[in-house]
Design a protein around this ligand. Structure first.
Ligand code: SAH
Ligand code: DHB
Ligand code: MG
Length: 221
């Protein structure tokens, strides 16, 4: 209903606070040129993740779902010199394009991309005693969000910030009769998160360039 206004306001905020940037623009072009879905976070959401990474003084970040690396670069740019970001991606084409983008952005030494299904690469991470991560961004496929979150807890410490994208889905989460696997996946996750004793959490709604949605935010106790 107010989508046009939300988009205009998002452009207004972008104009004020999101500096134009050849590197991020190149990532956006790489998405179109390689026929990759246009489902990256928006510029204002990128700036928000960047601020959140700074706010928690993140030195070690984990991301689930790289796509072309747009969100990855926003977060990696908040890292200190010796900081590191590990991003998990199952699609080989997405991973290859993202890798090129990290090189192009001069961030190849700060970002590691692990190709494979996160439901398999996460247990391997725990097994190899990776982490603890200071910030974790969950943005891969939606049905296993609860499992992703449980694995995320395994590589967390008290104070770790966990953010999960797309948990409102234009309000479809309110409709318990909606049997879309993605909607059911995030609804199960939201219920789980609300009952999870290991974190203190909330969800904020997001509007703007992308459709109405929301991000869950949790801090490990
Ligand atoms: N975070 C990105 C967008 C991610 S889109 C950004 O905002 O820029 C979701 C990504 O998750 C896609 O690239 C998709 O290939 C990947 N994905 C889907 N299922 C996955 C799985 N099981 N394990 C790892 N990645 C997965
Ligand atoms: C989809 C995935 C996302 O992470 C997103 O932010 C928007 C859409 C999707 O799979 O359709
Ligand atoms: Mg997303």
């Amino acid at each position: 209903m107010h989508q046009q206004l939300f988009e205009k306001v998002d452009q207004y905020i972008t104009g004020l606070f999101v500096e134009t940037d050849p590197c991020l623009a190149a990532i956006e072009r790489s998405i179109i040129e390689n026929d990759i879905p246009s489902i990256s976070i928006s510029p204002t959401q990128g700036k928000l993740l960047h601020l959140l990474a700074k706010l928690c003084h993140a030195k070690n970040i984990l991301e689930l779902g790289t796509l072309a690396g747009y969100s990855t670069v926003w977060m990696a740019r908040a890292l200190p010199e010796n900081g590191h970001l590990l991003t998990l991606e199952s699609n080989e084409k997405h991973a290859a394009v993202a890798k090129e983008n990290f090189i192009r952005c001069g961030l190849a030494d700060r970002i590691t991309i692990k190709t494979g299904n996160a439901i398999e690469t996460l247990p391997a991470l725990v097994g190899s005693k990776a982490g603890p991560f200071d910030m974790i961004f969950i943005d891969a496929d939606k049905p296993p969000y609860t499992a992703y979150f449980q694995w995320a807890l395994q590589v967390s410490r008290p104070g770790t910030l966990i953010i999960a994208d797309n948990v409102i889905r234009e309000g479809k989460v309110l409709d318990t009769g909606d049997h879309d696997e993605r909607v059911m996946g995030v609804r199960r996750f939201n219920d789980y998160l609300s009952q999870c004793k290991q974190v203190t959490a909330t969800i904020f709604q997001t509007v703007g360039a992308k459709e109405h949605d929301g991000m869950a935010m949790a801090i490990v106790k």
